[in-house]
Design a protein around this ligand. Structure first.
Ligand code: KG4
Ligand code: ZN
Length: 342
């Protein structure tokens, strides 16, 4: 049987993720996560979205204690490390620079190699944490706050984007719809929560209409905005009295749209190993409906644990580990990028 698992070589890496508003550090040894620490920043909630300047400052404050805790939890010290991995991009540049500068300083002082990781690849490779023998090729629906893509994963180093959003990401669609409803940021998990007791067919919203395997969420967002505005003009209590049904209908529209494109991709490529990744993969509607579709389509599905869906350093550690094994290291003059061309 084909296996991706690597032989024991005692290769230990520290990985830093700081692309957005979470400061995260993980330690990996021979493909096994020894610690996975994350500090979320509450400071953004009152602004209804991530404030880049505040995110960078919080990373500065959090990074040393988070690294200390990750090392302590993994029961290793700095001298045991064979390399340092960090998120190179895409993300908020100021946030990325905190992680990359720290990683560079650490690599320089320990005289160890530096590994630059693409955040998007890492979301996909998060699957290897719990499923080291996931079969290639597999299809991965990557849905986060910044990205929505269907990726054909040929190997740990070879990924092909089959389709992507032409405007908002799925997570943004959740968050913007939630904002229209007056819910705090990030609204995706709250829509998920209220949707559990609502009727998904109570209201109809148009979903995107773009060809092939691409996505669009801007029309959906406008549909929610006009719907809520019209209803509230007639009845100012409309949101409060119908919150669960509205959330369930919003979730149903997004999930149905994502899964219909994923099904088309599976039929076109004839691939039956289907994975989801990214923050929106934590959505219970997506997880349940994927399982339902998988039973009908005879798919094997791969759904990461919640902690490996949203931003985390475990996934950076896993992607960094494979790059390290391939000898794909970088010099300390390497630049970070807000958006990466793929
Ligand atoms: O992957 P992630 O943590 O960060 C990015 O790289 O973007 O994804 C964050 C996104 C946010 O838009 C958040 O609202 C969404 O994932 N999200 C959810 C759920 N949990 C997180 N959306 C819907 N349902 C959830 N349970
Ligand atoms: Zn992410």
């Amino acid at each position: 049987m084909h296996t991706n698992a690597q032989p024991v070589q005692n290769i230990t890496l520290l990985a830093i993720e700081s692309s957005c508003d979470d400061t995260a550090v993980a330690v990996i040894c021979d493909g096994k996560i020894l610690s996975n620490i994350i500090t979320s920043q509450d400071v953004h909630q009152k602004y209804g979205g991530v404030v880049p300047e505040l995110a960078s400052r919080s990373h500065q404050k959090n990074i040393v204690p988070v690294i200390d805790l990750a090392l302590k939890k993994a029961k290793i010290s700095l001298k045991d490390l064979d390399g340092i991995a960090f998120t190179q991009g895409p993300g908020l540049l100021g946030s990325l620079l905190v992680g990359s500068s720290f990683a560079k300083g650490l690599a320089l002082s320990l005289d160890k190699p530096l590994v630059a990781v693409n955040h998007i690849d890492a979301h996909v490779l998060a699957h290897l944490i719990e499923n080291p023998n996931i079969p290639f090729p597999f299809l991965c629906l990557l849905v986060s706050g910044g990205h929505t893509q269907i990726v054909k994963v040929n190997s740990v180093t070879n990924m092909q984007i089959l389709g992507k959003t032409i405007d908002d990401a799925a997570g943004e669609a959740f968050d913007k719809a939630a904002k229209i409803l007056g819910l705090p940021y990030p609204g995706g998990p709250l829509i998920d929560k209220y949707a559990t007791t609502g009727n998904p067919l109570a209201y109809k919203f148009s979903s995107g209409n773009v060809p092939n395997l691409d996505f669009s969420f801007s029309g959906f967002k406008t549909a929610v905005l006009y719907f809520v505005r019209d209803k509230m003009a007639k009845d100012a209590t409309f949101i409060d009295t119908n919150l669960s049904d509205i959330c369930a209908s919003i979730q149903h529209t997004i999930v149905t749209y994502l899964l219909s494109k994923l099904k088309t991709a599976a039929l076109q490529t004839k691939i039956k190993h289907i994975a989801i990744a990214g923050g929106v993969a934590a959505n219970s509607g997506l997880r349940n409906n994927l399982k339902f579709m998988a039973a009908k389509q005879n798919w094997s599905t791969y759904i990461p644990a919640f902690e490996y869906c949203t931003d985390n350093a475990g996934m950076i550690a896993m992607a960094g580990y494979y790059k390290f094994l391939a000898g794909d290291t970088v010099g300390i003059d390497v630049a970070s990028f807000a958006s990466l061309k793929k």
